[in-house]
Ligand binder design. Structure first.
Ligand code: PGA
Length: 252
């Protein structure tokens, strides 16, 4: 039996005003009263964090942000610091999502600095990695993931990474309705866990949670979650509706 607690996380991306996000959070809380055996996180836009924090306070639903900047404070117009996220009630922060890498030029080096800053501030980083369709076609899936992990986690000790969550999100599966099959996802997750074991030791490899992301829906969540190395899901589209997201959270 795995000792890893499953985690279902919703990434609301650039959807929902503060009012809409608070309403969805309120509805979600009313639907998922008993989620003691699953960690639940929602990551609304920055503008909705405070409102969602108020709705989920005292419930099993926890708060995450979609990004952060690595400096503690300063003249960095438009950026948000780790301490600001902690102060608004965040426990998690998504780092290196493929949309940030694709559209906003995020590099593995930046991801590394953000991961360090998150850990320093006591946030749990949800580090996203994943290959594109063409990288998969060229048989480069594992080298790409290994590069993202090696650079993203450069300089850390296993102890520092004790809380880290990894999200494997194949870019070709995000928002496309074409989720990786459970077999494909499982084999990649096993390879990621193996890489962690080789580089950070057996204990971290056993305890680290590896989420799958990319078109997770109520009709595929159970099969994905039944795989031995899949510890949860990072969900975009299907997390926007409270009813649908609650079905994912209650996948058992
Ligand atoms: P999706 O997005 O569930 O809409 O495919 C997943 C993600 O980007 O985290």
């Amino acid at each position: 039996m795995s000792l890893r607690k499953p985690m279902i996380a919703g990434n609301w991306k650039m959807f929902k005003t503060q009012t809409e996000a608070a309403e969805t959070a309120r509805r979600l809380v009313s639907l998922v009263k008993d989620t003691r055996d699953v960690d639940v996180m929602v990551a609304p836009a920055f503008t909705a964090l405070a409102g969602v924090a108020a709705e989920i306070s005292g419930t099993p639903v926890t708060l995450g942000a979609q990004n952060l900047f690595w400096e503690t404070e300063g003249a960095f117009t438009g950026e948000i610091s780790p301490a600001m996220l902690v102060a608004v009630g965040c426990r998690y922060v998504i780092i290196g999502h493929s949309e940030r890498r694709q559209y906003f030029g995020e590099t593995d080096t930046g991801v590394n600095r953000k991961t360090a800053a998150a850990i320093d501030a006591g946030l749990v980083p949800v580090l996203c990695i994943g290959e594109t369709a063409s990288e998969r076609e060229d048989d480069k899936t594992l080298p790409v993931l290994q590069r993202q992990l090696k650079k993203g986690l450069d300089g850390f000790t296993a102890e520092a990474l004790a809380s880290l969550v990894i999200a494997y999100e194949p870019v070709w599966a995000i928002g496309t309705g074409k989720a990786a099959t459970a077999d494909i996802a499982q084999s990649v997750h096993a390879a990621i866990r193996q890489w962690i074991e080789t580089n950070f030791g057996n204990s971290l490899a056993k305890s680290i949670r590896i989420l799958y992301g990319g078109s997770v829906k109520p009709n595929n969540v159970k099969e994905l979650m039944s795989q031995p190395d899949i510890d949860g899901a990072l969900v975009g589209g299907a997390s926007l509706d409270a009813e649908t997201f609650s079905q994912l959270i209650c996948y058992k």
